[in-house]
Design a protein around this ligand. Structure first.
Ligand code: MTE
Length: 309
């Protein structure tokens, strides 16, 4: 099978209802009756073809898919952890485009299916540490954001990259409440965005990203608090000025632009020294840069990381 053919989803070549009916049947046949009871948003993951394992792996135990897809922060679908799994099923992820513009020589509107083919898909096992002091270990699928950045040729003025999530209150009921200023926005410095660890993620556990995890495309920046990892991205904007992210805008004293995982800098309302790995009882010590110091600490040489939290 040729590469492009391999990426055609089974749901595109069989009528959708039939596809899901067959899937449920296969799950039942496999004895996975618990899985058959999950809402469709959890089941909707189609297998991604041609995913290579990568050097990005960890000795840590993986967080079960059930937890990765049922314990989420995605305020566009509600503020409770179970809300995204319950409410994100209605998000339409096709057609979907990602507009890449600003300080670039080659601005481009990428169709999501074109974006998926920009570079070989890799499975990368990353730790994700939320600012709320819990963490997960997730086998993401995607490729380095740098692959996309190279193609649009940033100009010499591009010092920052901003990620903008979908704004559509009809599909995203949480946007009818002003818990944050919509759309959700996050940003990185250019060297952070170009770092090979910075992942453009399109899947997890070998399947297309479930909606509640940020389908069809999100970023994952494993050395930063989870809120930097914007979901359901529709626009990537290169700029000379440092962007203001949604969380910094809502509480500048609590959520800084850098948001590097740092056990030595407490959140004003709680300690960041320890974390609870989802599924574990005892807390673990939080590691500087979430355990990725060897790869990324040099990006911040000479910077005061207490001021630049
Ligand atoms: N992106 C958008 N658009 N909206 C959000 O509410 N929450 C962030 C981040 N990205 C969020 C978002 C936070 S706080 C975390 S911890 C991670 O997504 C959670 O990702 P996960 O649900 O896939 O574990």
């Amino acid at each position: 099978m040729k590469k492009n053919e391999a990426r055609i989803k089974a749901s595109e070549i069989t009528p959708r209802e039939l596809f899901y009916a067959r899937r449920r049947f296969m799950q039942l046949a496999a004895g996975a009756s618990a899985a058959a009871l999950l809402p469709e948003s959890v089941l909707a993951g189609d297998k991604l073809a041609d995913v290579k394992t990568s050097a990005y792996t960890l000795p840590d135990k993986l967080t079960p898919m059930e937890d990765v897809t049922r314990y989420n922060n995605f305020y566009e679908f509600g503020t409770d952890k179970e809300d995204p799994a319950k409410n994100a099923g209605r998000l339409k992820t096709r057609p979907w485009t990602v507009t890449v513009e600003g300080e670039v020589n080659k601005p481009k509107v990428f169709d999501i299916d074109e974006l998926l083919k920009l570079a070989p898909l890799e499975e990368r096992i990353y730790r994700l540490r939320c600012v709320e002091a819990w963490s997960m270990v997730v086998p993401w699928v995607g490729f380095s954001l740098a692959e996309l950045i190279k193609r649009v040729e940033p100009t010499g003025n591009a010092r920052f990259v901003e990620f903008i999530s979908l704004h559509d209150p009809e599909q995203m009921p949480g946007q009818k409440f002003s818990v944050l200023e919509w759309p959700y926005r996050e940003g990185l410095r250019m060297d952070e965005a170009m770092h090979p660890l910075t992942l453009l993620a399109v899947g997890l556990y070998g399947e297309v990203l479930p909606n509640q995890n940020g389908a069809p495309v999100r970023v994952v920046i494993p050395w930063k608090y989870g809120f930097k990892s914007a979901k359901s991205i529709v626009r990537i904007l290169f700029a000379e000025k440092q962007p203001v992210s949604s969380w910094t805008q809502s509480a500048p004293g609590e959520y800084g632009f850098y948001a590097n995982v740092n056990p030595a800098v407490d959140h004003p309302r709680w300690s960041q020294a320890k974390e609870r790995r989802i599924g574990e009882f005892l807390k673990r010590k939080t590691l500087p840069f979430n355990g990725y110091a060897d790869q990324v600490a040099h990006l911040y040489t000479g910077m005061d990381l207490i001021k630049n939290f």
